[in-house]
Design a protein around this ligand. Structure first.
Ligand code: DGP
Length: 112
């Protein structure tokens, strides 16, 4: 059994507020939202971080990004931010690749 919390969500062992899923990817609400809309997008396959993605993951990660755009469009979002944290120093706390989608408040640049 995997110890990875996002693998457990992908396998249905841990509940999440899922907003999209297919055979390859999932999107669900972040437990600790940092914006009025805060969704997480994950591949079901365990990839620790974007820096560990392989060439063989290119189609999967392309699909994941297309799903981010579709979910945002379906939610009526026009202005939103998509980020991924790679490594502890960059703020990564869960070692399963995920894109954050943040919306519903002003997004500052550069991010903190
Ligand atoms: P990061 O710090 O970039 O690795 O983001 C991890 C995010 O995952 C953080 O915003 C909180 C969220 N999170 C952690 N555990 C869970 C969980 O069990 N369920 C949900 N829905 N979100 C979680």
């Amino acid at each position: 059994m995997s110890a990875c919390i996002f693998c457990k969500i992908a396998e249905g062992e841990v509940q999440s507020q899922t907003v999209y899923e297919d055979d390859r990817v999932m999107a669900f609400k972040d437990l600790n939202p940092a914006a009025p809309t805060h969704l997480l997008f994950i591949p079901r396959k365990h990839i620790a971080r974007v820096g560990e993605a392989a060439e063989a993951d290119a189609e999967l990660l392309g699909h994941l990004q297309v799903v981010v755009g579709k979910v945002a469009k379906d939610a009526g979002l026009k202005d939103f931010r998509v980020v991924t944290n790679n490594g502890r120093g960059a703020g990564q706390s869960v070692d399963h690749l995920h894109y954050h989608l943040l919306a519903g408040r002003r997004m500052n640049w550069p991010p903190g």
